[in-house]
Design a protein around this ligand. Structure first.
Ligand SMILES: *[C@@H]1O[C@H](CO)[C@@H](O)[C@H](O)[C@H]1NC(C)=O
Ligand SMILES: *[C@@H]1O[C@H](CO)[C@@H](O)[C@H](O)[C@H]1NC(C)=O
Ligand SMILES: *[C@@H]1O[C@H](CO)[C@@H](O)[C@H](O)[C@H]1NC(C)=O
Length: 564
């Protein structure tokens, strides 16, 4: 009986991996009954099976908390969903923290992908933050409740740069970095790397380069930039040439890269004196060792599919829904690319909110699971300790090894998270129609930049099938009249790299790009030409694959787009 039910369980998981929305529901029913039938067997096998799991590592990932302190005055956010969610960010991060804390076995670490604090600067004077309870105090209390190490990267809201005015900017090194370390602890470094088993995890800082330097001519805080010093450091980390993992394997290691901004928002050619002058160039030069790149910032769950030669995933924001956290599973053995994001499917294909999943909880598992060993985190530069590091077994091939939940890794069936069925009512600030609602929305075409933001934050959903439905309204004016000032002003608001630009998360999607080209062609226009002229003649920051302002790659290519 047990074997048979296990097979059904695996089949159900397989369905979830490949299935559409509807057979996911069917799969969930199978899964629930299989789990029910085998509950006793699973618990028993879990208690026996600990040796198979030894050395496997799990890491909890979450992004975009946007914590506020008592100084925040409601509400001046850039769209209605952000307005609605901003007063709930503290309670949502607390709820996520408690869920993660209850996991058994506990994750080896938590990685937070930036925008910890929402515009927390009220004084240039460090002493003010010591004297007044503020958003950093709140952050320190919540993150201090994790019993496992937290690794931070930072987001655009964790700094404050006012381009052109050093006096109005808050000192990144002298103030921001001091605050991070004082309130969030010694691991709250500006950027860092850790060795976890045979994998390296690199946490980048996208606010240290010219686009965040108030006195630099290329200052523009819509863009991510690392700065020459960090680019050189990153190159060394990826080349294994020193300062790195030191696990004894010598050469390159399978590596996960974390950066707050999704790659399309990365400034190109920020350090022309370097061989690889920007983050995209460095990553492409080491693409074979990169397991995945994770980001936040766009506030929606996005799988960039074949836009890059390695998996690139954007996590939805914790500020909208406390279900927006994910478990990265790093196997000790087998191909390096057999890593899995175990619960990626809980994000419904590009939504702001995630389904609620069941996780093995510490309380329910007391006894049998308590001994489950998880390898410890080693700081960069320390020896990996974990012994099992094979030389990077990374199979080549673009995007090999998807991020999907996949079948539970061997020995882990009892610990695999799975969807709750039926789903409880959504408590998040979601603002997104479900897939089947797409098409039910009638959007007025935008006629002027003043109409922006057009469809409200509640309506917009960047899933591929939704992208074009919604974008058509943005494109209308350009389809009618070409790259006029009015057309370009509308596009410029939507196709720029920003968490608040509705088109931001569509622009690099190969299916969207090719569909948009078709739409332009049907109207007798050339999409590339329109977008190029908007950038050239109207100075609009547009992102487009292979074109000016774009740091998206041509689908299926490793060619860098030409520089602007
Ligand atoms: C956000 O909320 C404030 C206060 O209620 C309101 O004045 C403003 O118009 C809202 N902004 C948006 C974009 O909904
Ligand atoms: C920390 O955890 C304790 C125990 O669960 C809880 O009572 C407290 O409210 C938490 N504090 C914060 C700031 O989350
Ligand atoms: C569209 O415009 C681009 C850039 O201006 C040009 O290279 C391309 O040949 C054009 N395509 C067609 C079909 O005219």
């Amino acid at each position: 009986m047990a074997e048979k039910s296990f097979r059904r369980l695996r089949e159900a998981l397989g369905l979830i991996q490949h299935g559409s929305f509807f057979n996911i529901r069917t799969a969930v029913v199978f899964l629930a009954s299989a789990a029910l039938l085998c509950g006793i067997y699973l618990v028993a096998s879990a208690a026996r099976g600990t040796s198979e799991r030894e050395g496997d590592i799990r890491v909890a990932l979450l992004a975009d908390a946007h914590l506020i302190g008592p100084q925040y005055v409601c509400c001046t956010e850039s769209n209605d969903v952000d307005n609605e969610s901003i007063m709930k960010t503290v309670e949502r991060l607390k709820a996520a923290q408690q869920q993660i804390e209850a996991l058994s076995p506990p994750p080896a670490a938590v990685v937070f992908l930036g925008d910890v604090i929402h515009n927390g600067y009220y004084s240039h004077n460090f002493e003010w933050y010591l004297a007044n309870r503020n958003a950093y105090t709140v952050g320190g209390e919540i993150f201090g409740n994790f019993s496992v190490p937290v690794r931070y990267l930072w987001g655009n809201h964790d700094y404050h740069t006012s381009c052109g005015s050093a006096a109005d900017s808050y000192d990144r090194t002298g103030l921001s970095h001091r605050l991070f370390r004082h309130f969030l602890g010694p691991a709250a470094l500006p950027y860092s790397a850790v060795q976890m088993g045979r994998y390296k995890l690199i946490f980048l800082n996208a606010m240290l380069g010219p686009s965040w330097d108030p006195t630099h001519p290329r200052c523009d805080t819509k863009y991510a930039s690392l700065g020459a010093e960090q680019l050189v450091w990153l190159e060394r980390q990826l080349g294994g040439g020193g300062g790195g993992g030191g696990s004894g394997s010598g050469g390159q290691q399978p590596t996960f890269v974390f950066m707050h901004h999704p790659l399309p928002a990365a400034l190109r050619n920020e350090a022309p004196e370097l061989k690889h002058p920007d983050v995209l160039s460095v990553l492409l030069a080491h693409a074979d060792n990169i397991m995945a790149v994770f980001s936040g910032h766009y506030h929606r769950g996005l799988d960039w599919r074949n836009a890059y030669p390695f998996p690139v995933l954007t996590l939805p924001a914790c500020r909208y829904d406390s279900d927006n956290w994910f478990l990265l599973h790093l196997p000790r053995e087998g191909p390096a690319r057999s890593w899995r994001l175990l619960d990626w499917e809980k994000n419904k294909g590009g939504a702001r909110c995630s389904d609620t999943w069941l996780y093995p909880a510490a309380t329910a598992a007391e006894g049998g699971l308590a001994a489950a060993p998880v390898a410890a985190v080693a700081a960069a530069g320390e020896s990996g300790g974990n012994g099992g590091g094979r030389p990077g077994a990374a199979a080549g091939g673009a995007g090999g090894g998807g991020p999907g939940p996949g079948p539970a890794p061997a020995g882990y069936e009892a610990f695999a998270p799975h969807p709750m069925d039926p789903q409880p009512p959504e408590t998040g600030s979601c603002g997104t129609p479900r897939l089947e609602e797409v098409g039910a929305y009638e959007l007025e075409p935008l006629q002027a930049a003043g109409d922006v933001p057009g469809p409200s934050g509640h309506q917009f959903n960047p899933e591929p099938p939704c992208c074009l439905t919604f974008q058509r309204a943005f494109l209308e004016r350009c389809l009618q009249e070409g790259p006029t000032a009015a057309c370009c002003a509308i596009l410029g608001e939507h196709l720029r790299p920003s968490s608040a630009a509705y088109g931001a998360s569509c622009m690099c999607w190969p299916p969207f790009w090719s569909q948009a080209q078709d739409v332009f062609r049907e109207s007798g226009r050339n999409a590339s030409e329109v977008l190029e002229r908007c950038a050239r003649e109207h100075g609009k920051a547009l992102q487009w694959p292979g074109r000016v302002g774009g740091s998206c790659l041509q689908p299926g290519s490793r060619q860098l787009p030409p520089l602007a």
